[in-house]
Design a protein around this ligand. Structure first.
Ligand SMILES: Cc1ncc(COP(=O)(O)O)c(C=O)c1O
Length: 406
């Protein structure tokens, strides 16, 4: 029985999978000399970069921090413009606002729920700004049409950075038909990831940025640690930093205004241990998603996210689009029936242009982004996580079928 819900063994919409090896990895760090940012960070960063096929990874304290570090590394400010989808978690757009950059939303494709490249092109032609950045979000783990977005960005002088927080372990075919993992950052400058417990792997809280650009990686690391610089070659005031040819061991310079966005070695050890099971996690997520697709295929009131050929979703979420009007039940009533049967669901997300902050600051409101709004009216995320047993999947299927067809 769950104390909070009063339901026997409720199945959440997402949760972490922690093994004995994960626990041991964290305990080993607790017994070591380093528990803040230390050697496990370097190992986790190398393993993550290797896993996605990028040159480097910079670990940090959350996906939100990863996105903010990206905006800082790009040097964004009030004269700059950032385009993203309204169908995302708050952090994507907020990270741009942390730098005072202007946010412009771009509607989604109604089939894939991802940023629509055609609509982005229309904005890219018109929008003005000193620096222009587009942030595609791989919604629910499905990669955006990156070759198209990259091509448009190049044509109109935009920079691309990816919000891959849903999509560690996902892949797509690039313009030459080669498989590209999200995070390889082939069609972008940098990719942000989150390691929150419902994500593909977890470090408790945590995040990272992957990139192939050493200059950006160095800026990300600098902003992660209060804007400090310890590389003697970059010292602006060597008369303080150097003792002849040798750098003073205590010395660092702060050259930009940075943050404490460091990850701990405890988290990095967990992340590295989790990363070893990433492909297993994704395989299990895919199996469950395919079971759902088959089990609900005959229910005309339901639609799923379209996965185009050549795309491999990381299946972060399984979203049902349900025609609640035709069903004659509200979403709330459906959620409550499912809850009574031990199936916990969630709604991802109220489109950001309908959040009071963005309504107030951008003057946005209903009807501005019709595809995102149509999605929102029908969306319901049902449980999907690797530790779901076959009985859990069967319970979800039965409960959903009952409430939608019963
Ligand atoms: C698309 C997206 N971007 C960014 C974030 C922020 O990640 P975090 O919660 O690790 O700060 C999330 C987290 O839920 C997310 O789903």
């Amino acid at each position: 029985m769950d104390g909070a819900t009063g339901i026997v063994n409720p199945i959440p919409y997402g949760r972490q999978s922690i093994s004995e090896e994960d626990i041991q990895a964290v305990v080993d760090v607790l017994r070591s000399d380093w528990i803040t940012q230390g050697p496990r960070i370097t190992e986790f960063e190398a393993a993550l970069a290797d896993s996605v096929g990028a040159a480097d990874a910079v670990a940090c304290s959350s996906g939100t921090a990863a996105l903010h570090l990206i905006m800082c590394a790009l040097g964004l400010g009030p004269e700059d413009v950032v385009v993203t989808t309204p169908l995302t978690f708050l952090a994507t757009a907020n990270a741009a606002r942390f730098t005072s950059a202007r946010v412009v939303f771009c509607d989604i494709d109604p089939e894939t729920f991802n940023l629509d490249p055609n609509r982005f092109e229309a904005i890219a032609k018109e929008a003005t700004g000193r620096k222009k950045v587009v942030v595609p979000v791989h919604f629910a783990g499905l990669p955006c049409d990156m070759p198209a977005i990259h091509g448009i960005a190049d044509r109109y002088g935009w920079m691309v950075v990816e919000d891959g927080c849903h999509a560690l372990g996902a892949a797509y075919e690039n313009a030459t038909g080669e498989e590209t993992k999200v995070g390889a950052s082939r069609d972008s400058l940098m990719t942000a990831f989150s390691f929150h417990p419902v994500k593909a792997i977890t470090t408790g809280e945590g995040g990272a940025v992957t990139t192939n650009d050493p200059g950006l990686a160095s800026r990300l690391r600098q902003f992660r640690n209060h804007g400090t610089e310890k590389n003697p070659e970059k010292f602006r005031y060597p008369e303080f930093g150097m003792d002849g040819e040798a750098p003073n061991p205590w010395y660092y310079e702060m050259t930009v205004l940075g943050y404490n966005y460091r990850m701990t070695d405890l988290q990095a050890a967990l992340g590295r241990s989790q990363l070893e099971r990433l492909s297993r996690f994704i395989r299990r997520r895919r199996e469950i998603a395919q079971r759902y697709q088959a089990a609900f295929a005959d229910i005309p009131l339901i639609r799923f996210q379209k996965i185009p050929a050549g795309y491999h979703s990381a299946w972060h979420l399984f979203v049902l689009l349900i025609d609640f009007k035709k069903l004659g039940k509200s979403r709330c009533a459906v959620m409550e029936s499912l809850r009574e049967n031990g199936v916990l669901t969630q709604v991802h997300y109220l489109p950001l242009h309908l959040q009071p902050y963005y309504r107030d600051t951008l003057g946005t409101g209903p009807v501005d982004f019709p595809n995102a709004e149509a999605y929102y009216e029908r969306a319901l995320s049902i449980p999907l996580f690797p530790a779901m047993a076959a009985e859990d999947v069967a319970r979800v299927i039965q409960a959903v079928r009952e409430v939608l067809t019963g």
